[in-house]
Design a protein around this ligand. Structure first.
Ligand SMILES: C[S@@+](CC[C@H](N)C(=O)[O-])C[C@H]1O[C@@H](n2cnc3c(N)ncnc32)[C@H](O)[C@@H]1O
Length: 460
């Protein structure tokens, strides 16, 4: 790979003798990996083998994901390079916590965090870029996450609503991406000697907001996919200097993970508790990860300005017609029609959502205020793919089994012929895997797989 001269000189100075194997690693193949999804229960994979486990992740394997497969489209696997998995592993939230993934798209860390949270507590997953927030949404829904709220906000605007609120915040920061040069050679084009400092300015701004969002006793995980000390150790040194209540948390390191380099910042020995992943040592792309804990006794004071309003202005309660439509659907479709508690249901833009933790989102740019159960259309309720992805076979009254060949037709948008008796809403399944919604009408399943997600297999 052709690397900029300035880049090579910089790392020659920083790494000395190690610069040679470090620079040579840019010509080696990218490490690929994927995770299986514990939220889908014990469903067996159809299209991927799990014979190369990643030692530090309960769900990680080396190997490549094929996007046009049942496993991928139904959220049984998530493609993630091995180093990035370590961020979720180090963050390690507990079920029931309030967690924020501040820079979340396309959703690698979010889906990892959700795996630990087991549908309990609140996972606010935020992406500032609208187009990327859409991809994040698809991944969250496919993964079957029930406890996520998806926002499209800038970090500073979140502070108004969530001051001192989160037990855990992950800042997987936008960065100069040096660790991704192998995976995304175009990233090299953006690089200049000044670029890391430019990124560092933005990272400090994001972290100022993150610190206001963090609860007393909360944890902050900061990560980048760059080697640049300006964006790694120097950012953590800046945090420790400016927020004296923050302490570095020690993180278990296997032999191939490197420690942070205090000498690349202000010499604070605590910085060695961070982790560096170098591709010439570790089987993955370049990464930096630090975990910090907040020892403040009270939340960081809110900046002056508007005070948080009381109440839940964003959640619009269901009118009587909507309540009836939902209840009729739930009675017909769900084994336990009360499984989504009434006082956790809200309507937003004619769609029905379930919030595990009722939360005030008024004034924020909302993508999904909770798990989307479905949409109210003229005098009817249509279940969404998100609901189906978040359920298991045992939760659903009517399941129509289809073959992998029929699945190809289904995700292509075709009707499926069936001998199944009954009528009304059904879940389609391939073995144990729920693949989406349909409507049974006289020996046919009408297709309700979202148009935007359809796949044309002829174009393989
Ligand atoms: C490294 S990526 C996140 C990857 C993601 N966490 C994952 O694991 O799939 C950084 C994200 O930060 C977003 N971003 C860019 N500028 C930002 C800003 N000023 N504040 C917050 N997020 C920003 C980018 O749009 C990008 O999606």
């Amino acid at each position: 790979m052709r690397l900029p001269d300035g880049f090579k000189e910089k790392y020659q100075k920083l790494l000395g003798e190690e610069a040679q194997p470090f620079l040579a690693s840019f010509d080696q193949a990218v490490e690929k990996g994927f995770r299986v999804n514990p939220l889908k229960g014990a469903a067996k994979l159809h299209d991927h083998s799990i014979d190369q486990p990643i030692s530090y992740s309960d769900w990680g394997y080396y190997g490549k994901v094929n996007g046009k497969t049942i496993d991928h489209q139904s959220g049984l696997v998530y493609s993630q390079e091995p180093s990035a998995m370590l961020v979720g592993e180090i963050a390690h939230p507990q079920p029931g916590q309030k967690v924020l993934d501040l820079c979340a798209a396309p959703g690698g860390k979010t889906t990892y965090l959700a795996s630990f949270m087991a549908q309990e507590g609140l996972l606010v997953t935020n992406e500032i870029n609208r187009g990327r927030a859409k991809v994040l949404t698809e991944n969250v829904e496919r993964f079957g996450i029930q406890n996520a709220v998806i926002l499209n906000e800038s970090p500073d605007r979140l502070v108004k609503k969530f001051n001192g609120y989160f037990d855990l915040i992950v800042v997987d920061a936008p960065c100069s991406g040096e660790g991704m040069f192998r995976k995304d050679p175009e990233a090299v084009e953006y690089w200049s000697l000044e670029y890391p400092e430019e990124c560092a300015r933005r990272q400090r701004e994001i972290l100022k907001s993150a610190m206001q969002l963090l609860a007393p006793n909360g944890n902050l995980v900061y990560s980048t996919c760059t080697f640049a000390p300006e964006e790694d150790e120097q950012i953590i040194a800046w945090l420790l200097e400016n927020y004296p209540d923050l302490k570095m948390e020690p993180v278990a390191r296997t032999e191939n993970m490197d420690a942070g380099r205090p000498e690349w910042a202000n010499g604070n020995p605590e910085l060695a508790k961070a982790i560096r992943l170098f591709p010439h040592h570790f089987k993955g792309e370049g990464h930096f990860i630090a975990k910090l804990s907040n020892h403040a006794e009270a939340a960081t004071p809110q900046p002056k300005g508007k005070r948080k309003k009381k109440g839940r202005a964003s959640d619009i309660s269901l009118d009587r017609e909507q309540q009836r439509l939902w209840q009729d659907f739930a009675n017909q479709f769900l084994v336990n029609p009360q499984s989504f508690a009434k006082d956790h249901l809200i309507v937003h833009n004619q769609r029905l959502y379930y919030q595990t933790v009722p939360v005030d989102l008024s004034g924020l740019r909302i993508v999904k205020p909770g798990l989307e159960l479905g949409e109210f259309k003229k005098r009817r309720f249509e279940p969404s793919l998100g609901l189906l992805m978040a359920l298991r076979k045992a939760d659903i009254q009517q399941v129509v089994e289809i073959t992998p060949e029929q699945w190809q037709k289904y995700v292509h948008g075709e009707e499926i012929a069936t001998e199944a008796a009954g009528k009304g809403w059904v879940a389609l399944a391939v073995d144990d895997i729920i693949v989406g919604p349909g409507k049974l009408v006289q020996g046919k399943v009408k297709n309700f797989y979202p148009k935007g997600l359809r796949i044309n297999f002829a174009l393989k």
